[in-house]
Write a protein that binds this ligand. Structure first.
Ligand code: HEM
Length: 463
């Protein structure tokens, strides 16, 4: 069964309470599998041309209403603060956006702990602060569908005056949707109230829609503050985009240095992520990989941590358990449900091979566009980067960091709880290095048209 067929079997229109036809498809639709796609970054040189382009792109952007249809591609767009400024949005409306968004990701480097090799000075030129105004993403089922979608987007771009294409980057992963380290990812996603899709086993209760889409009640019972006017904010959301270069060679060398046999290396890698390469969770398959379990969406996320308080099955400090501690008791109290994120990451570069060596990392050809959607995206990423990724206090691990995405200045340690004595492995490095990113706003389809028509002018006329 395809992903969409599986989704359709869980979809009931009479339970939908979101305005799906106004919400961009990319927010709710999972990646196809296998998938290909492209991220393009554009700069607006002048307002009228930029608004004209938005207006012509709008009909190409799929809505979430199609989300159980078999589409061969879909396009999404998101705009930075400087992008909104360049479109001419008036100051009093710009000020209604969250402060971190107004400042941009590079300026938030201290809060994001983006320092040393991850500091903005070392980012790709396209992420120079203020340059990226519009990020356009196309997901497609194969190269032919991607090329068709790209051709139609290019027609609109070629007609546009005053818009510069800064760069584009193709991505994709074959069957199994494995990331640069050879692990299946994007498995665990939150179920969203009112989306019409029933939760899968293990997804727990659906999270209030206002955590992910502006204008609906959040987990606190009321909607989060929204950009104004309502036509601009409602049904939109915020996006965090972070491009990582994956140092697969260093990761392989680390496994080799600490695992004498292939089994020992696979086990160590699984302990670092919390799942085996197939996606089978350690919580359900503690000893060996179980590819059938890994590929079964009704079973591969159906677990919790309360029965494993010391982390003997799933280490407390592994990537997956840090970023969603589920029902685990934490030393620092946190409401896990307000830190859930919809991940829409994409992998680029050659598929994983255990033969990749550290010298290959200099080519910089493998990596991940780590992308997520949340109505409180900026608070969430800054909290995750500070507490869950680059510290260990919340799980009594002091300064120990996430072994997959932590910034490891000087070599650091990963702890594997086991009996009789826990194992501490030194030599963890920054296996994913930041190459740039931005804080973005993903408007609703009506907001996109409103921006294209400079809707604020009409509002002023009616005042
Ligand atoms: C850039 C390199 C990264 C790699 C290679 C990576 C890999 C993975 C893998 C293999 C999983 C387990 C399968 C799944 O549920 O998708 C996972 C889960 C997850 N990752 Fe990452 N990840 C990366 C970056 C990040 C970052 C930067 C964050 C957050 C700021 C993050 C947040 C999460 C979350 C929330 C989960 C799901 C946990 C759960 O619900 O059980 N990841 N990641």
């Amino acid at each position: 069964m395809s992903i969409i067929e599986r989704l359709a079997s869980r979809f009931r229109r009479d339970t939908v309470s979101l305005e799906l036809d106004d919400i961009q498809a990319l927010i709710l639709r999972s990646r196809p599998e296998p998938y290909v796609g492209i991220h393009a970054m554009l700069h607006f040189d002048e307002a009228e041309g930029a608004r004209d382009l938005l207006g012509r792109l709008a009909p190409h952007i799929a809505s979430a209403d199609t989300w159980t249809d078999e589409l061969d591609h879909w396009i999404g767009v998101a705009i930075s603060y400087e992008g909104l400024q360049a479109l001419g949005l008036p100051e009093d409306q710009l000020k209604t956006f969250p402060l971190p968004f107004q400042q941009g990701m590079a300026a938030r480097a201290p809060q994001l702990r983006d320092q040393g090799p991850n500091a903005p000075e070392n980012w790709d030129a396209v992420f120079t602060p203020g340059r990226c105004h519009l990020a356009l993403t196309i997901y497609a089922v194969d190269d032919a569908a991607l090329n068709r979608a790209l051709a139609s987007a290019r027609v609109e771009l070629d007609r546009a005056m005053g818009v510069t294409l800064l760069g584009e980057h193709r991505f994709g992963a074959p069957e199994g949707a494995k990331n640069p380290f050879g692990f299946r990812d994007s498995i665990s996603q939150p179920a969203i109230e009112g989306s019409g899709v029933a939760p899968l086993p293990g997804e727990a209760r659906p999270i209030k829609a206002g955590e992910f889409i502006l204008g609906y009640p959040s987990e606190t019972g009321v909607p989060l503050a929204m950009p104004e006017p309502a036509v601009l904010g409602r049904n939109g959301t915020f996006v965090v985009l972070r491009k990582y270069q994956s140092r697969v060679g260093c990761f392989n060398a680390f496994l080799k240095a600490n695992g004498e046999t292939a089994e020992a290396r696979e086990r160590l890698a699984a302990k670092m992520f919390g799942r085996w390469r197939s996606g089978a969770p350690l919580a359900l398959a503690p000893n060996t990989d179980d590819p059938e379990l890994g590929a079964d969406p009704r079973r591969n996320n159906d677990f919790a941590y309360a029965d494993d308080p010391k982390g003997r099955l799933v280490p407390l400090g592994c990537h997956m358990r840090r970023l969603n501690p589920r029902d685990a008791e934490l030393t620092l109290l946190t409401d896990v449900n307000i830190h859930r994120i919809i991940r829409r990451s994409s992998t680029f570069g050659p598929v994983y091979s255990e033969d990749v060596v550290p010298a290959d990392d200099a080519k910089g050809e493998r990596g991940i566009f780590f992308i997520f959607v949340s109505a409180r995206a900026f608070d969430t990423i800054e909290f995750m980067q500070q507490e869950w990724i680059n510290r260990g206090n919340f799980i009594d691990l002091g300064e120990e960091r996430d072994p997959v995405v932590g910034l490891h200045e000087g070599e650091q340690r990963f702890t594997i709880p086991q009996t009789p004595a826990r194992k501490r492995i030194d030599g963890v490095q920054t296996f994913n290095v930041m190459k740039g990113g931005e804080y973005l706003f993903m408007p609703s389809l009506s907001a996109l048209n409103w921006l294209a028509k400079a809707g604020w002018r009409n509002a002023a006329k009616h005042d």
